[in-house]
Write a protein that binds this ligand. Sequence first.
Ligand code: NAD
Length: 339
Amino acid sequence: MSTSDPILGILGTGRIGADHARTISTLSGIGGILVADAVPESAQKIAQELGATAVSPDEIFDKVDGLVITTPTSTHAELIKKAVAKKIPTFTEKPIALDVPTTREVVDVVNDSDVLVQVGFMRRFNDGYANARKLLAEGAIGELRRGNVTMGDTPAPPESFIKFSGGINKDCLIHDADITRWVTGQRIEEVYEVGFSRGADYFARWDDIDEGGGVWTLADDSIVTFQTTRNNGAGYDIRLELFGTKDTISVGFDTYMPITSAEPGFTFEQAGDRFQAFYPRFIPAYKKEIGHFVQAMKDGSPSVATVTDALEALYVCDAMDLSRKEHRPVTVDEIRQAK
Ligand SMILES: NC(=O)c1ccc[n+]([C@@H]2O[C@H](COP(=O)([O-])OP(=O)(O)OC[C@H]3O[C@@H](n4cnc5c(N)ncnc54)[C@H](O)[C@@H]3O)[C@@H](O)[C@H]2O)c1
């Protein structure tokens, strides 16, 4: 540790906050870790586990060089604005907010400042997605024609989370919307989504679904089908297949893939246990995204997952919600241009 190594604060020590804190504790080049939560016992517990220091949510702003926001989505906007006002480089979990006006307000505040703000689109740091982006750009699969997104979440979060999550699109598919744009370099122009609540009864109670699917049309008319669930029986399954004029590539097609072949006589050798939740599936990516944030704090390099990227992904999520509710295709411009 050098004296110039930054002290990082983690605000919100729930599911992902505790996981990020554990990941940060394994990184080099960090001068210290402070944690805070609205429930002090939660922060104290993880502080004790990691040998970090627990402080109050107010105190943390005055004691850190960089902030990691992992509180519920509804609190992100105010906390980001507070951090930017205090010129604290900030990593925030997605989404910025559940609505477009609040997200735009944050985009304006961040873009009018020179403060680093990185959004938690960790898949941009996953080797598979990065390689797919490179192969597509190099022309290795020819021209893109079709894609397929699998968003197989498990286990379903509790009702206390679903209540404030903004629904499966803004909570989960927002990652797929962002990464599809990042890998292909193209905006999603039009969406059509169907969905149902077929598992726990609380999804319907909060106007949410736990099984869905549909289609996105990209700017070049490539057609991307997607399917989404909170209850993938086989394990946590996140994939992106891209079908080009020369070849097909797949992200997530590895020996952990939670699939059993129906072909008689063919066995798919599993390298180990199938992933059963989001964090283990993306540990290397979570590690790299925070490592990148710390490096950007030190060398002043720009954010690689910006608040504007988060706004773009939110437009797609709002379009999917509207499409499902009104049973019609919705252009993303309809959301982007709405007053
Ligand atoms: N990138 C990813 O893969 C990923 C995965 C899961 C969650 N998330 C995002 O992370 C955020 C948190 O999700 P979670 O599942 O960890 O939620 P959670 O409910 O498990 O944890 C949130 C924590 O924040 C605390 N808190 C609430 N308000 C606070 C405040 N104002 N100040 C300080 N602490 C406060 C709560 O007490 C709780 O401990 C959400 O925005 C979610 O969308 C991202």
